[in-house]
Design a protein around this ligand. Structure first.
Ligand code: ADP
Length: 208
């Protein structure tokens, strides 16, 4: 099987991954999948839903095997339902992989073209954003500050090493404190350039 041509939206909780991913997913030729949304779509009364609740409400990652298995099922479904056309759509992932082990587990499925790192060294700003989101989107995992802080620690310890795993060559650092439209503009410019370079690559015909 050929690998999915993939862009990762990467950054700490609150850095705006979902906002950017959703915007890109509205563009023909780009299919967006957010791992957090895959989990949130679970019925919380099922054993899998309970596992998600157990980990996310503590600000921790759901175990890798469950996560990657669930993600694969979800992607297969989107291919079968013709929502995602791997032969001419780029995949835009946010929230997965979230640690090096998950990245290794995905290596046979996805070809990571670029990582958009939404960078925000100011933790206080992120906490502020997450608290606002808790009220707006009814996110139980953003509701208390202790859980938020733990999620930021989890990001630093488990997710940040992914940057070294993929290497500087593929990373585009974007200042996440800019307005959403400025962040989007930066990402789109890179995608436009990359799409031009990609044209004619064997086995993958980009949408014209
Ligand atoms: P955020 O980006 O704000 O952390 P998400 O919506 O991406 O929020 O994820 C919410 C929660 O879902 C995470 O805190 C985690 O518990 C779980 N989760 C999402 N993606 C993954 C993943 N790839 N691996 C493990 N757990 C995940």
């Amino acid at each position: 099987m050929s690998k999915y041509q993939t862009y990762l939206i990467f950054g700490a909780p609150g850095s705006g991954k979902g906002t950017q991913g959703r915007a890109l997913g509205t563009v023909p030729g780009y299919y967006h999948c957010a791992c957090g949304d895959v989990f949130r779509a679970l019925d919380l009364r099922t054993p899998l839903g309970q596992k998600f609740l157990e980990y996310s409400s503590r600000g921790e990652l759901v175990p890798d095997e469950i996560t990657v298995q669930l993600w694969k099922i979800r992607i297969d479904q989107s291919v079968e339902s013709h929502a995602f056309h791997p032969d001419h759509d780029f995949l835009v992932l946010d929230g997965i992989p979230r640690n090096v082990h998950q990245a290794q587990m995905l290596d046979d499925t996805v070809r990571v073209r670029r990582i958009f790192h939404l960078s925000c060294p100011d933790r206080a700003k992120l906490v502020e954003r997450l608290k606002r989101r808790a009220l707006r989107d009814n996110r139980f995992d953003d509701a208390n500050e202790e859980v938020i802080r733990h999620r930021l620690e989890t990001y630093d310890q488990e997710s940040r090493p992914l940057l070294a795993y993929y290497g500087e060559d593929r990373i585009v650092h974007v200042d996440a404190m800019q307005s959403p439209v400025d962040v989007l503009g930066t990402i789109v410019q890179v995608l436009v350039d990359d799409r031009r370079n990609h044209f004619g690559e064997e086995g993958f015909s980009a949408v014209t």
